[in-house]
Design a protein around this ligand. Sequence first.
Ligand code: AMP
Length: 309
Amino acid sequence: MKTLRTVADVRAALTGPRQAGALIGLVPTMGGFHDGHLALIRRARAECDVVVVSLFVNPTQFNDARDLEAYPRDEARDTRLADGCGVDFLFAPPPEEVYPVGFATTVSVAGITETLEGAMRGRSHFDGVATVVAKLLNIVGPGVAYFGQKDAQQAVVIRRLVADLNFPVRVEVCPTVREPDGLAMSSRNLHLHGEERRRAAGLHRALRAIQDEATAGQREPAAARERGLAALSDAGIDPEYLELVSPSTLAPVEVIDGHTLAVVAARVGGTRLIDNLLITSNGAASAASQHEPTNARATGGAGAQDGRT
Ligand code: AMP
């Protein structure tokens, strides 16, 4: 695996493979690798001829300077893990390579960015995400780009961006990988200590409680949400939001009909966590994979997965 620092080096490295017709896969990340990242990378490795992983903690998508400062960074460890997955190129640019002096362009996706994470973190969050993803797609020019269902709204925003701006790339959204107790893997989980780590699993329990209500025949979002809120309260968690929305538009649903996404965000101690679960109305489809997190080691290091879109 080769680590590249500049846009020019990425372009030079990919010219030959592109001319030879290679399928290039891109996995954009901010580092702090866990099995969620590695699942995306392994999928790219299995499906593409050349795998590029970008490692860039994008300052423009952080609305809180302390959050940016505290974001886990360990390039040496990430390099080892990426290399172990057979990545060809790790693109790890310094901030000034991505945002040189005079940088003045923002890509902004309207509508779907205004609710949930957009409402909580402010407009600049998804502007930062859309801008850096547009840049990465232009720099790498992949045939396929891989994202995680863990960040469900981000995935919807990126699909919109790619469609609206005609990027010639296929977007693949991969299932959420979870810890054995159901906590969605996240680089931020490193900040959870002792009691907080135990309580954090309450987010997934709340989503499961909503699924259980739907499985029992509940079609009223408000009633199902109450069950989720009760589970959060049992875990001592006061959510920023817990909503039942359309997986494609993120608008609130009026009935649970098999096309419903339960989304939650909450602070556990000082750590802000998000999670989501695709709710099935009869509880039959993919219930096992959604409900039974298994030990990551027992599933070949990929953890438990759910939320296929
Ligand atoms: P990040 O480094 O947090 O920006 O994440 C990089 C990519 O990994 C994004 O597309 C995320 O949605 C995805 N990702 C993060 N956590 C998980 C997870 N637990 N399972 C699957 N994908 C994930």
